[in-house]
Design a protein around this ligand. Structure first.
Ligand SMILES: NC(=O)c1ccc[n+]([C@@H]2O[C@H](COP(=O)([O-])OP(=O)(O)OC[C@H]3O[C@@H](n4cnc5c(N)ncnc54)[C@H](O)[C@@H]3O)[C@@H](O)[C@H]2O)c1
Length: 360
């Protein structure tokens, strides 16, 4: 057995269809009496439902969450929380909204009650990100880890199919890299396999029954997908990830490309790069996705392609002439990765991702 260190984060996780109804009880259990509800503008209606459940415990709604947490939005949200005398925040939405909650908690210590409605997994990590003048910086701080996470699959029934697919593959990326993280444990390995398998089962059902969001099959799949997202997010929160996440961070931040789509496109190619140095992880990914006969990178590529997700960076509007610079940026910082970073290999990886070639 490899030596390992297993450290858990103090978090309460509630998983229940219809669980939004218990938001007030969860706030009370946290000891919070005036919570600011955070959301994106398109999810304002959902935030109002949350506010109604909170009743007198609701301090107000701030609906200015946007992708990558610009510092200006963080300042506005912090000021709003202070002005209303909030003693906690409810972040209801995807990674952008939860990221805004983290930006508040980072400076105020206010506890976060997260109600995730995508599969990005931010609710399970002590990682925060803030964007200033086009540059995104990330960090880790225990204060930003949501204290309570309320998973209610009913809130994901309306998540559009394309977003569900790319967000689900974003979650798979956390676990896929978790399988070769230097600080993984037997527990995290199990979470990776279980999380990938749950998403691999759920996404095809969600994608093939777009007109039946309320059917029993889709409800079961939505529950499975959120369960997988929880496990994969928990892996991201506790195991160091490598090349794939760094590349996506660089591409998203430097070329303003959408987060979940970039993860979906880059993952098979980053895995193919690392495959020679992490054969057991690749076999585990292919097995979890039930794709006997395919390699781990091929299994991920085939899943994305079969569900209609974008598979080429050029589809996102990236320009071919930016690939050299993207490669330079990716090589600037050294970070733990099973295979050493080499310019020619990373450039070839980016070329494959740009054109959307199936890994060999
Ligand atoms: N810190 C971390 O650990 C971590 C982990 C993963 C992602 N992130 C960050 O999260 C952000 C991306 O999050 P995301 O992919 O969840 O996207 P998002 O939060 O930006 O959501 C995308 C869009 O979908 C809408 N939406 C969300 N849930 C919905 C639902 N159930 N029904 C209908 N519409 C819904 C949102 O309002 C938004 O308009 C990025 O900034 C990324 O860096 C951080």
């Amino acid at each position: 057995m490899r030596p390992f260190i297993y450290q858990t984060h103090p978090q309460r996780v509630v998983f229940r269809a219809g669980g939004l109804a218990s938001l007030g009880d969860e706030a009370a259990a946290l000891g919070a009496r005036k919570l600011l509800v955070l959301c994106t503008a398109p999810q304002r209606d959902l935030a109002e439902r949350a506010a109604a459940v909170l009743g007198a415990r609701c301090a107000g709604i701030f609906d200015g969450a946007v992708m990558h947490v610009p510092v200006e939005q963080a300042r506005l949200a912090r000021a709003c929380a202070a002005e209303l005398g909030a003693d906690g925040v409810v972040a209801i939405g995807g990674g952008s909204t939860i990221g805004l909650g983290k930006a508040i908690a980072l400076e105020s210590d206010l506890p976060i009650l997260a109600v995730p409605t995508t599969y990005a997994g931010s609710e399970m990590t002590p990682i925060y990100g803030l964007t200033d003048g086009g540059l995104k910086r990330t960090g880790r701080d225990a204060r930003v880890l949501p204290r309570t996470v309320l998973y209610d699959p009913d809130l994901t029934l309306g998540l559009p199919v394309p977003v569900s697919v790319t967000s689900g593959i974003n979650a798979i990326a956390h676990a896929a890299e978790g399988l070769y993280g230097a600080d993984r444990t037997p527990v995290s390995d199990w979470m990776c396999r279980e999380g990938i398998a749950a998403l691999g089962r759920a996404l095809p059902v969600i994608a093939t029954l777009p007109g039946e969001p309320d059917s029993a099959a889709v409800r079961t799949a939505r529950g499975d997908a959120l369960y997988g997202a929880w496990l994969c997010g928990a892996v991201l929160g506790s195991v160091s990830v490598g090349l794939h996440h760094k590349l996506c961070h660089t591409l998203g931040g430097s070329y303003n490309l959408p987060h979940a789509e970039v993860h979906t496109i880059v993952l098979p190619h980053a895995l193919a790069y690392n495959a020679p140095a992490a054969p057991e992880a690749m076999a585990a990914i292919a097995a979890a996705l039930g794709r006997a006969g395919a390699s781990g990178p091929q299994a991920v590529f085939d899943l994305a392609a079969s569900l209609g997700a974008p598979v080429a960076l050029r589809e996102l509007g990236m320009r071919e002439q930016d690939l050299d610079r993207a490669c330079e940026l990716a090589l600037q910082a050294q970070y733990p990765n099973p295979r050493p970073l080499a310019a020619a290999g990373i450039r070839a990886l980016l070329d494959d991702a740009f054109h959307g070639r199936r890994p060999g």
